[in-house]
Every structure is written in structure tokens, then in C-alpha cells.
Design a binder for this molecule. Sequence first.
Ligand code: NAP
Length: 448
Amino acid sequence: MATLDDRLQHVYDKVIRRNPGEAEFHQAVHEVLDTLAPVAAKHPHYADAAIIPRLCEPERQIIFRVPWVDDRGEVQINRGFRVEFNSALGPYKGGLRFHPSVYLGIVKFLGFEQIFKNALTGLPIGGAKGGSDFDPKGRSEGEVMRFCQSFMTELYRHVGEYTDIPAGDIGVGGREIGYLFGQYKRITNRYESGVFTGKGLTWGGSQVRTEATGYGTVFFVQEMLRSRGEELDGKRVVVSGSGNVAIYAIEKLESLGATVVACSDSGGYVVDEKGIDLDLLKEVKLGRRERLAAYAEARADADHVTGGSIWDVPCDVALPCATQNELSGRDAEVLVRNGCTLVAEGANMPCSPEAVKVLTEADVAFAPGKAANAGGVATSALEMQQNASRDSWSFDYTEQRLAEIMANIHQRCLETADEYGLPGNYSAGANIAGFIQVADAMLALGVI
Ligand code: NAP
């Protein structure tokens, strides 16, 4: 990775020493520090108060055993995590991820990113993330429920509507939130709606929360295109993943006249030149919980490809919406060669540092996840507002609020990038704007 400005390099070296073996966390910290040199130079008082080293150290990290009994009667042991990273702006807020790859380094990278993302929304929420190395794939309903109940039996003592408010992420959707919230309610004997977001609509959830990350990413892309005098109508788009973020990104893209020609899961990708059939995709992934190969089996025009890269499919706009580091430097080179002009991260850190370098050097408009996918957490904060006022808003009103928030984030990124002499650099704009907001709150709250 590129060498940083002297003082920031010193902070980064210390992060590496104190957090050995946590490659994703190192990568996320480096990505932010890489853009903060102009801020450190302009505002030396942040260094005097050690704001940056303090930001790199989570306020609290919780690791716990999650024992549960599978359908064969065997005891299984998983590991649970919650990293409460920073609460200068509000109670900790961030999703839970259930995936076999989860370990402390992944949770810390996600929690660190969440601090800046949440700040960018302009809403009063701090940053956190959690999860487990539990793999829900292939598990029965009963197994998923028992796992969630065991996970919550420990986590409940650390969360609360004024403390820490989890939500979903990879492997945690409406079903899991239901089981987690149910166990919290049972243990605490309180119907504390505000302790989780992503709840079902009949028990305290918000309209648009399910769709929010995908829709929000597309609203952000619309703003990026508008600022270049272009529009989505007629664009050819590739979206990786076929989970919550990807599906609702595809829904919004298609409703705005774009053609989504490919999407993926961990078993491969489908190419459907006529445009992804959203009803079929939802039936396969959300209804039947099957692999994407079943989509191609049901649709004569679609091909299922295994072993390659979805980024080989030519497109104008690319939205990586699956997982971290899924788009490599080589993938970015192929995208550039095929004429792609815009990449926006629906997932968290899906583009490797090499990919971001290739895209930036080729003048491809690039939006980092902490700006482009902030619509999910922003709508979570809207869910918290509705819970606090015992109210529920209409779909249209909530979607309008989401669109406004995404337009504001876009504007803040561009204005901040301009102010610091880096016009059009969304990464720098997002990192600097988010950092300053948190840093000022940390200064105001003293050394805590
Ligand atoms: P999800 O519903 O569980 O879907 C994840 C999708 O990505 C699935 O299609 C999955 O395929 C694929 N995927 C996951 N790990 C993979 C891997 N190692 N290799 C290839 N494909 C993989 O999760 P999601 O909520 O859409 O989250 C997707 C991304 O968006 C994550 O980076 C998450 O942190 C980020 N995000 C989510 C939200 C939100 O509100 N949900 C908000 C902000 C950011 P398989 O099913 O085959 O594993």
C-alpha cells in the first residue's frame, strides 16, 4: 500500500502493531488515512487531541461463545462479535453479519467504515458492527432460530435503544432480525422497538428499510450521472451479488430505464442480455432461497457462468453489491477496457485498493461504499425516529426522505472534495466530511 504522510504513517504503523492479522481492518484504516493529510495540515488541533489514533481504537469490543443444538441433536459452537467503535455522534449503530468468513478483523473494518458512513447521513448515530462465523446456508428454520436465540442471549446485555442498535447485513435479513428481536423481548420483558432496525412492517419496521441500501445506491448513482450531464435511462449495468442490496438496486435501476445484464452469488454469475427478470430473481433468492443457477434453468435467454469474473461482462455502470474485495485490479482494468464510466460500491469495500487506483487513474467516476450505500443505515435512523414517536410513515414519504439524504451526501462529498483541492474525488470527500463531523464531536466531548 502507498506510504502515507509521516504523522499518519506513524498512526497506521501503530494500528498494524496493535491489531495483528486483521488485514481488512488495516485496509479500511489505510484507505481513510490516505485521504486525511490535507485535513491534518489545515487543522492541527485534531492532532493535538490525538483524534485520529483515538478513532482507530474501538471504544469497546465484545467477543462471546454462541452454543446451540443442531437438528441432529449435536452441540455446535460459534463465535459472536460486537465492536462498538465510536459513539461521539449518537448510540452505536451498525449491522450484524452471519457468514463463515467473519472474524474480528472483518467486524472491525466494517465498524470503522460505519463511523464515517453514519456521520455522512447527518443523523445522530455512532458506528458499530457485529456478527458471527455462523453459516445460515443449508440450515433449517429451527437451527437458524436456535442460533439467533443463543446469540441474543449474550448480546442483549450490550444493546438497547440508547446504547447500541444492531440491524442486518450479509446473512441477516428480516427472518433473523425477527428471531433476535423476539429473544431480546423475551429476556428483557420490554417491547423496545428501537433496539433493532430492519424489523417487519407489522411489528415496528419502517417502509423502504428493506429496499433502502439498493435504492439509495441507485439514487447516489443518479446524482453522479446528473453532475456529469447524463442519466440512467438506457445505461447497461452489471450488479454483483443477488442478496438484499443487489436485488433492490436492480429493482430501482430497471424502474429508471437501465438494463441490468448480470448479477451473481458465490456460485457464479448469470448473464441475461434482455435484462434480469426481477420477479424470477426474487422468487429464486427470496422465496425459494435457492442458488442463482436456478434462475438460468428457468430462463432460456440466461447463461450461468462459473469460474469467471462477473466484471468481464461489458457495461456502462458497475455496482459491486456482494462483499469486500470482490473487484480486483485486474477486474478494474477489464471494466475500463470495456468502456465502463462509473463504479459505485453498494457493498462495503468491494473494490480492492488496486482496483480503486486503476479506476481513478482512468477517470472512471468512483463512489465509495461509505457514501453510496449509506441509504440503508440512513433509513434505519428513520425507523428509529418512527419508533421513538410511535408513528409510521408512508412508503412514498420515506422514499422521498431517503432520496433527499442521498442527494445531500452526494453534495457534501463533492463540496468537501472541492474545498480540499481534490475535485470529483468522492473517496476523499466522503472520508474528510465524515471525519470532520466525528472529530468535532469528539473534541467537544473531551478525552473519553
Ligand atoms: P445478503 O443479502 O446476504 O447478500 C449477499 C450477496 O453477496 C449474496 O448474493 C451472496 O451470495 C454474495 N456474497 C456474499 N459473500 C460472498 C463471497 N465471499 N463471494 C461471492 N459472493 C458473496 O447481504 P447484503 O445485505 O445484500 O449485503 C451485501 C453487501 O452490502 C455487504 O458488503 C454488506 O456489508 C453491504 N451493505 C449492506 C447493507 C444492508 O442494509 N443490508 C447496508 C450497507 C452495506 P451467496 O448467497 O452465494 O453467499
